[in-house]
Design a protein around this ligand. Structure first.
Ligand code: MG
Length: 268
């Protein structure tokens, strides 16, 4: 072996040693620290080794599908999670179930989940009739009634002039959507809603509700403070109620369709 090859061999073994040291530092990392400062307004330190890890949730195989911890409220096949409120002068009846969707059966009353919810994430899809009838608030009016009281408006807002706080994506009577992102009649619109339920102490409101709404992937409400329950032509107010209540879908006498409805309970 000549001097040059000895030198090359030395260089190679030094590089290998350096790579080993690098690998060791990459693969023997601590899983947390206990000598770091407390994060302001929290009980945990920065990278706290004792901080519990979040639970594992398996996402759906397709976008918009129910993740592993979701409560599937409507899978297109059964109305078993729902009751129907009925209307005074009409016999009790269900909404229409057909081809993977449930449709408002005018006169059947609001659909209500058998299960009650407080803080929640809600996903649902809705579509307005292709046969356009009525205008303004009579064109495909329905609504997502959070806790049965606080309405995110469902409406055919496609080329349909109406008041701003009554458009699809509005917190009805309170906040117009940031943009009009609704699809044409007959196409499916997607709502993803994050709901923080109001908190009461006896009859007193301790914390108002907050709501965020994404319509067709577009933010239309960002953590808006809800003023009170849904009301028409007056300012809605709060009246103390249970911590959890059923979710509602509004029967406004128009055959609006819903599908792929799932919820996740949130601990906020
Ligand atoms: Mg409505």
């Amino acid at each position: 072996m000549n001097r040059r090859s000895i030198f090359a061999s030395l260089l190679a073994s030094t590089a290998a040693l350096a790579q080993q040291v690098k690998n060791a530092s990459r693969f023997n990392q601590p899983t947390g620290y206990s000598d770091t400062p407390i994060i302001p307004f929290q009980r945990w330190k920065v990278h706290d080794i004792d901080r519990p890890n979040p639970p594992v949730v398996t996402p759906a195989a397709v976008a918009g599908g129910a993740p592993s911890d979701a409560i599937v409220l409507f899978d297109g096949k059964s109305l078993s999670h729902w009751t129907f409120a009925g209307k005074k002068d009409k016999p009790a009846m269900n909404w229409k179930l057909s081809n993977g969707y449930m449709e408002v059966n005018p006169g059947a009353g609001d659909a209500r989940t058998k299960e009650s919810f407080g803080d929640m994430q809600l996903h649902l899809e809705w579509s307005s009739p292709t046969e356009i009838s009525g205008d303004s608030q009579w064109r495909a009016n329905s609504g997502v009634l959070l806790m049965g009281k606080y309405e995110i408006q469902v409406l055919d807002s496609y080329n349909n002039p109406t008041y701003a706080d009554g458009q699809a994506g509005a917190v009805y009577g309170q906040y117009p959507p940031l943009v009009n992102a609704v699809r044409k009649p007959g196409e499916w619109n997607v709502y993803d809603i994050i709901w923080e339920a109001p908190k009461f102490n006896g009859k007193d409101l301790v914390k108002p509700a907050f709501v965020s709404v994404i319509l067709n992937g577009i933010v239309v409400q960002h953590r808006k403070e809800v003023i009170g329950r849904m009301s028409h032509r007056v300012v809605g107010t709060y009246e103390a109620h249970e911590a959890e209540l059923p979710l509602g879908l509004q029967d406004h006498d128009v055959p609006v369709r819903y599908r792929n409805i799932w919820a996740r309970r949130l601990t906020l």
